[in-house]
Design a protein around this ligand. Structure first.
Ligand code: AP5
Ligand code: MG
Length: 192
């Protein structure tokens, strides 16, 4: 099973990805978690991306693609993945599509977690992930989402199987809504 979770900052991508990975026995791969780990470990990649992550700007596409390549290939061979936070731009989606297509491992469903802005801000302020969750950076991340990621929803609605779920419900309700939609997916071509 190969799923993408797309949603604004605070929409519950990480929360739901953990639960989906557990339920379906697939890997959870979070671009944001991996980037933050590099920053904490002060790797050379971490030093390159810190300024972007702190400001809420998108990290350059090539950096994210290189970082994710191995984990995604590994997970594809091991039963699948739920990818949280990637792709985030149409450019990333196109590049990833080309790679996946060559490997015969196209994504099966893109899940959009739809949550109103006031609820997103409420959640992020209640959580506060250090410098990433100050009011100014939250506002900026939401603007970046509208500008760069919302066009991706349109792209997927034309190209892939896009499922929109009401992400403002309780965590359990969102999880069940996604699981129910996912259970209607056709099995992956490789095992059919
Ligand atoms: P990333 O880590 O992806 O952050 P984000 O998109 O801003 O989203 P969050 O992780 O803050 O929220 P979430 O949707 O995961 O929600 P969560 O489950 O935590 O990216 C961080 C940065 O990395 C980016 O700004 C960028 O710099 C860089 N980056 C990452 N990917 C990139 C890419 N592909 N390309 C370029 N740059 C990239 O939930 C939030 C809170 O709400 C939690 O406290 C949770 O407990 C609560 N909550 C969750 N669900 C519910 C619910 N149903 N009801 C009530 N509360 C809930
Ligand atoms: Mg997250």
């Amino acid at each position: 099973m190969r799923l993408l979770l797309i949603g604004a900052p605070g929409s519950g991508k990480g929360t739901q990805a953990v639960r989906l990975a557990e339920r379906f026995g697939i890997a959870h791969i979070s671009s944001g978690d991996l980037l933050r780990q590099h920053v904490r470990d002060n790797t050379s990649l971490g030093q390159t991306v810190k300024q972007y992550v702190d400001k809420g700007d998108l990290v350059p596409d090539s950096v994210v693609m290189d970082m994710l390549y191995k984990p995604v290939i590994g997970a594809t061979e091991q039963g699948g993945y739920v990818l949280d936070g990637f792709p985030r731009t149409v450019e990333q989606a196109e590049a990833a599509y080309d790679v996946a297509h060559r490997l015969g491992a196209s994504v099966q469903a893109s899940i959009h977690l739809d949550v109103p802005k006031d609820e997103l801000i409420r959640r992020l302020l209640a959580r506060s992930r250090g410098s990433e969750d100050t009011t100014d950076v939250i506002e900026h991340r939401l603007e970046v989402y509208l500008e760069k990621t919302v066009p991706l929803l349109e792209y997927y609605s034309r190209r892939e199987w896009l499922v929109t779920v009401d992400g403002a419900q309780s965590e359990d309700e969102v999880h069940e809504a996604i699981a129910q939609r996912v259970s209607t997916l056709a099995p992956p071509a490789s095992t059919a």
